[in-house]
Unconditional design. Structure first.
Ligand code: AHR
Length: 331
């Protein structure tokens, strides 16, 4: 059985290397206690947030394709952006006695009970993409995903640089991600911290657009009516920014000129809008977490130590850089 497990781990390492997807990690936590099915095949229960954005669609594809390539049997569940659906899915994975559970938590709070149930059943849990705020860090083996605070900071740093020679006030509106989610909380905090250095930056309005294009459009329409003289839109993802572009154009304004737009993700549609001059700057958030997830899953199931935190390496894009990157963009 051990030889089979080692082969799986090796396959995962190769798959990770093949994607060229970099990451940095923090030191390992304690020993993991996993098990493998008698046929040597790992079964993973995966609870996805939903299909709210281009990013999420690319993330689902990455997880499904990587599971197939790595020989992992995937039980996939779409929570349609509802925490109760994720909790139900995790309970069902526990009942089915899967080898490992992975999930991307829609919000940060409220997971301790169900994670304890998985722990009592000796099923290791991996957080992917988003964090939970549980004080008990033994409830999960590792957390693979982006540094969302850093993403917010990068967005703020671009803005500070862009307006460095201006003394006039800069009116910003913010489209937040799903309320209570790690990316919404952290991207807001990182951005706010950086722009706080100069009082000319003012967040005139800030509301959730739930990471969707439709809600981004709807909320931007309301901002345009309620907030005079908007200089900048900061949207926590591309999809909300793309919805907002429709609202801005509908109001007879020119996105990228009358209102500068900063977004996060760098999915193809966002990159196209950036190359077209409608978006001014994008901070990348990579959805291609599948190969690393399979690699980590094999290790925790084999009882190997894994880093407590694996941070995805990401970049940023200007309009010129988007034109160069678009032809080979994978998602
Ligand atoms: O958790 C990652 C975020 O979730 C992405 O930035 C957003 O597009 C998605 O819906």
């Amino acid at each position: 059985m051990f030889r089979k497990v080692s082969a799986f781990v090796l396959a995962g390492v190769i798959a990770t290397a093949m994607t060229g997807c970099g990451s940095t990690s923090t030191p390992a936590t304690g020993t993991d206690s996993g098990k493998v099915a008698d046929d040597g095949k790992i079964t993973m229960g995966f609870s996805q947030v939903g299909a709210e954005s281009g990013w999420r669609t690319a993330n689902t594809k990455s997880v499904q394709e990587s599971a197939k390539a790595a020989g992992v049997e995937l039980k996939f569940s779409d929570a349609q952006q509802k925490q109760e659906n994720q909790i139900k899915a995790i309970r069902s994975f526990v009942q089915q006695k899967v080898d490992v559970i992975a999930f991307s938590p829609v919000v940060e709070s409220g997971w301790d009970t169900v994670l304890k149930e998985a722990q009592n059943a000796k099923i290791p849990v991996i957080l992917t993409d988003r964090a939970v705020d549980s004080a008990d860090k033994t409830l999960y083996k590792t957390f693979l995903g982006s540094d969302f605070v850093e993403e917010g900071k990068k967005a703020g740093q671009w803005l500070v640089e862009e307006y460095k020679d201006s003394k006039d006030p800069v009116n910003i509106v913010e489209l937040q991600g799903t309320t209570g989610s790690a990316p919404a909380n952290d991207r807001k905090a990182g951005f706010a911290e950086v722009i706080a250095a100069d009082p000319k930056f003012k967040i005139a309005a800030s509301q959730t657009g739930d990471f969707t294009r439709a809600k981004g459009k709807e909320v931007m329409e309301a901002f345009l009516k309620s907030t005079p003289d908007i200089d900048v839109l900061y949207a926590h993802n591309d999809d909300m920014g793309l919805g907002a572009i429709e609202a801005i154009e509908g109001a007879g304004k020119v996105p990228g000129k009358d209102i500068k737009i900063i977004t996060i993700d760098a999915v193809k549609d966002g990159m196209q809008a950036l190359a077209d001059g409608k978006i001014s700057y994008i901070v990348e958030c990579s959805p291609l977490l599948g190969p690393q997830l399979m690699d980590l899953a094999k290790k925790v199931v084999a009882g190997e130590q894994v880093p407590a935190r694996v941070v995805t390496e990401e970049t940023t894009f200007t309009q010129e850089q988007a034109k160069e990157a678009l032809p080979t963009r994978q998602y």
